[in-house]
Ligand binder design. Structure first.
Ligand code: PBG
Length: 325
């Protein structure tokens, strides 16, 4: 045989052959579903920029967690929309604050569900920044002190995993120290280790009813930087992060692949609000096949190196994979 004549199509002839040699698979076990809970409402509120996603009233969180469980989803990521904002986000470390109440309600609804807290301050601060502001910027080390109080509060409420998303330096170290010294050495940390300052978060700001107008460029990463993106995740691994993360997803597949090549830790990707909204809008315009595009996107994340995917499409995907929709 002339080596230039190799026929790739020999293994593409039938569906069974294609399945036999498929390199990447997507299962419901890979998925983490974000859920939004808003204080002071009594009916779910639709999020205009994210069709199909709602903010739940607190007393409907249990039901939302149970229905996710029934679909085979085994992990949820909780976001609160607070009515009790101040300049520090102190509601997040109150035992009766929204964050702790959400954790307790989700665990009570489905005790085996992996309940993950998004550990940040921006949904709980009056200014909308991800921590304590001093001299017009987020003060890294003051924020870490508050983050320690916040994560211990979540741990005491029964959370299964801590997910710090604020992009402060040393956050995993600080969290590990707080958890370990308060009796929670067993709790894993999934760090938003490489998080870019991204325009793809636009609809999320709508989702959490944020009046934030500034920029997060002094703490989130510059989207131009690939080497620094790797260094950020390797730093969090060195600090003891159990799971690393890249956020957003589709525009950063190169970053996923480079972290995958340098770390043996599980790697998550966040398919963010803007990515979700783009698919929804083009599907509504009739120009793409929503299901096919979503599944292709998820496979691309896994092919690039992600083990876990945080996505607002989690419940749809669970249904599609069951073939029952
Ligand atoms: C909070 C946080 C954000 C997102 C998740 N956690 C917003 C931000 O950093 O500005 C974005 C999620 C999404 O867009 O889907 N720090």
């Amino acid at each position: 045989m002339n080596p230039t004549d190799f026929r790739f199509r020999r293994l593409r002839r039938t569906a069974a052959l294609r399945a036999l040699v498929r390199e990447t698979h997507l299962t419901t076990d890979d998925l983490i579903l974000p859920l939004f809970v808003q204080e002071g409402i009594d009916k779910p509120v639709a999020i205009d920029s994210m069709p199909g996603v709602v903010r739940y009233p607190e007393n409907q969180l249990a039901e939302a967690v149970k229905s996710a469980w029934a679909l085979g989803i085994r992990a949820v990521l909780l976001f609160g929309v607070s009515e009790h904002k101040d300049d520090k986000g102190s509601d997040t470390w109150r035992e009766d604050g929204l964050l702790a109440r959400m954790v307790r309600a989700a665990k009570a609804a489905a005790p085996d569900m992996i309940v993950i807290s998004d550990n940040c301050f921006c949904e709980y601060t009056s200014h909308g920044h991800c921590g304590v502001v001093a001299d017009d910027d987020v003060d890294n080390d003051k924020t870490l002190k508050n983050l320690q109080k916040q994560v211990v509060n979540c741990a005491r409420a029964g959370v299964d995993m801590i997910a710090p998303s604020g992009m402060q330096d040393g956050m995993v170290n600080a969290i590990r120290e707080a958890l370990d010294s308060n009796g929670f050495p067993h709790l894993p940390v999934m760090s938003y280790s490489t998080k870019f300052a991204s325009a793809f978060y636009g609809p999320f700001r709508d989702a959490v009813d944020s009046n934030f107008k500034g920029s997060r460029n002094t703490y989130q990463m510059d989207s131009a930087n690939g080497r620094e993106a790797l260094a950020e995740s390797m730093q969090d691994e060195a600090e003891g992060a159990d799971i690393l993360m890249v956020k957003p997803g589709l525009a950063y597949l190169d970053v996923l692949a480079s972290i995958r090549a340098h770390s043996v830790r599980p790697l998550a990707v966040y398919h963010v609000s803007g990515e979700y909204a783009m698919i929804k809008a083009s599907a509504a315009a009739g120009v793409i096949d929503e299901r096919a595009v979503v599944l292709e996107t998820m496979l691309a994340f896994k092919r690039a190196g992600a083990d876990l995917i945080i996505t607002y499409y989690a419940t749809d995907i669970a249904l599609w994979l069951q073939g029952t929709d």
